[in-house]
Design a protein around this ligand. Structure first.
Ligand SMILES: Cc1cc2nc3c(=O)[nH]c(=O)nc-3n(C[C@H](O)[C@H](O)[C@H](O)COP(=O)(O)OP(=O)(O)OC[C@H]3O[C@@H](n4cnc5c(N)ncnc54)[C@H](O)[C@@H]3O)c2cc1C
Length: 479
């Protein structure tokens, strides 16, 4: 009979989004006996309702924009009128039913691919709702056919909780999935909304407002702050707000929507100053709440923050020594990339492998508006407040030859380098493909490269990345 040290470590993972998925894969790779509990579908909200569908929709919006802007480059679209034989300018029309069918199909496929990878890695998948029964056990309620609910118990040496978050619902603006939506419901739309009111100008609100403007909706963005994207780089937010307005979006700053109600053929939002905004549809993008209620966390010894997020350290460990947590249900950054990293780190720590504690400062993130905003490292605000000592250099893309060729009108590269040493400590890129351009800056931040080391690497001429090198060159520290 084997002793305790010979048996595999039993790992239970609750939630199959990026956090749970990566934890499960890493746990199996390191030799654990892994069971993953998921109540909806592998891939989680990230794949089924959030990242994959929204970024696919945004890719369509980018294609629509590219067609619209091609005229600036001298590209002309004509077809011939059947009656007069004269050239007519065709209109760009988006078939939203086809777009949504495709993006939901992509999401389903991605979920199935991830499920297959888990099975290949030897992970057992249990479909159902999981809750902790003390620190060493997970109870799963599964809908067991027509007779109702069945229960499964998973005993575990290590538990990873990665249950994600759900859209915050205001009682005065309850989504009905027909006229008033959360972002998870938007993909049931079959036609481009005539006038979409977006409540909330954080990342999700700004991304959808940007996309639906490009797709052809009239959009009104209701923002409680004086600038969209509060908390982001102020120059970047100013560029985006400017582009939004230039493209015809109405941005209502310092406006709070007290309620949103249905009318006979649309919606009406009532602002706190009593004014009303009428539209055909409304997207509520007012944040998320963690799915941590009622799943036995507190009684298992897991501490939560006031907002209900699980407190974790940099190796994703909670206050209970054998319980880890990853992703949007934790006090870390709500990003799929961070969730995955936390999931892997948790397993490496639990299984005694080499661990690199997650450094939030080095997380690169991107806002998929048009243009995009990508950031990494310390922020300008932190430098200006004296929290970090750094020099700031901003280079508008208007001086970049490739940007001119491509007809790029807006955007910039901004670098932050430690005063004295020139070590790159952060940066911002506002450009059509900023999500790709931020990587060299993220590498510099992660590996503490100086501006001189960055500028010594070749960039292609002409290229947008040339502006990163140009900014680094301009920050050269004369010895
Ligand atoms: C519109 C939108 C766009 C976004 N775009 C990006 C982006 O471009 N890039 C990026 O990095 N991030 C993006 N995010 C954030 C990203 O979606 C989240 O950070 C990511 O989903 C977090 O992963 P997770 O594993 O913590 O949770 P989730 O993906 O939410 O997965 C949690 C899973 O747990 C399951 N679950 C919950 N409770 C239980 C339970 N009790 N038992 C069993 N299963 C349970 C759920 O069904 C779900 O499948 C976006 C978010 C939104 C809202």
């Amino acid at each position: 009979m084997g002793n305790e040290f010979e048996r595999k470590q039993r790992i239970a993972v609750v939630g199959g989004g990026p956090g749970g998925y990566d934890a499960a894969i890493a746990g199996a790779q390191l030799g654990g006996d892994v069971t993953l509990v998921e109540q909806v579908g592998v891939g989680g909200s990230a794949v089924l309702t959030d990242v994959v569908p929204s970024k696919t929709l945004i890719a369509v919006a980018e294609a629509t924009n590219a067609i619209g802007e091609a005229a600036d480059l001298g590209v002309q679209f004509f077809s011939r009128s059947e009656t007069t034989g004269r050239p007519v300018r065709p209109e760009v029309a988006v078939n939203l039913t086809a777009v949504n069918k495709r993006l939901l199909g992509l999401a389903r496929q991605q979920s199935e691919d991830m499920r297959a990878s888990l099975i290949r890695a030897g992970v057992k998948i249990v479909q159902g709702h999981g809750r902790l029964d003390g620190p060493d056990s997970v109870i799963v309620s599964t809908a067991a056919g027509p007779d109702g609910t069945d229960f499964d118990q998973i005993d575990a040496d290590t538990i990873v909780v990665s249950v994600g978050a759900s859209p915050r619902i205001l009682s005065s603006a309850v989504p009905d999935g027909e006229r008033i939506f959360t972002w998870t419901q938007l993909y049931s739309l079959t036609a481009i909304p005539e006038h979409l009111i977006v409540v909330g100008s954080g990342v999700t609100g700004a991304e959808f407002a940007s996309a639906y403007t490009a797709l052809g909706s009239k959009v009104t963005l209701i923002s409680s702050r004086d600038q969209v994207l509060p908390g982001e780089d102020a120059d970047a937010a100013a560029v985006i707000e400017n582009v939004f307005k230039r493209n015809g979006m109405t941005v209502l700053s310092k406006s709070r929507a007290d309620s949103v109600e249905r009318t006979a053929d649309g919606v009406v939002a009532t602002l706190s100053d009593g004014t009303t905004v009428e539209g055909s549809h409304c997207l509520m993008a007012v944040g998320s709440i963690p799915n941590t209620k009622g799943i036995g966390l507190e009684s298992a010894g897991v501490q939560l923050s006031e907002s209900g997020h699980i407190r974790v350290n940099r190796v994703a460990r909670t206050s209970a020594p054998n319980i880890y947590a990853a992703g949007d249900c934790t006090t870390f950054l709500p990003l799929a990339s961070v969730a995955s990293m936390q999931g892997r780190t948790a397993m490496f720590h639990a299984m005694g492998d080499a661990v690199n504690p997650t450094e939030l400062r080095n997380v690169a993130s991107n806002i998929f508006t048009q243009p995009q905003i990508a950031t990494v490292g310390w922020t300008q605000r932190q430098i200006e407040e004296g929290i970090a000592q750094g020099d700031i250099y901003k280079l508008p893309l208007s001086s970049n030859p490739r940007a001119k060729m491509m007809g790029i009108k807006d955007g910039f590269v901004k670098l932050f380098a430690r005063t004295g040493s020139g070590t790159v400590i952060g940066g911002v890129v506002v450009a059509p493909n900023a999500s790709e351009l931020i990587f060299p800056i993220a590498l510099a931040v992660e590996h503490r490269l100086t501006v001189d080391q960055v500028s010594r690497a070749f960039t292609v001429y002409p290229s947008l990345s040339g502006s990163i090198s140009d900014a680094a060159r301009a920050m050269h520290i004369v010895l």
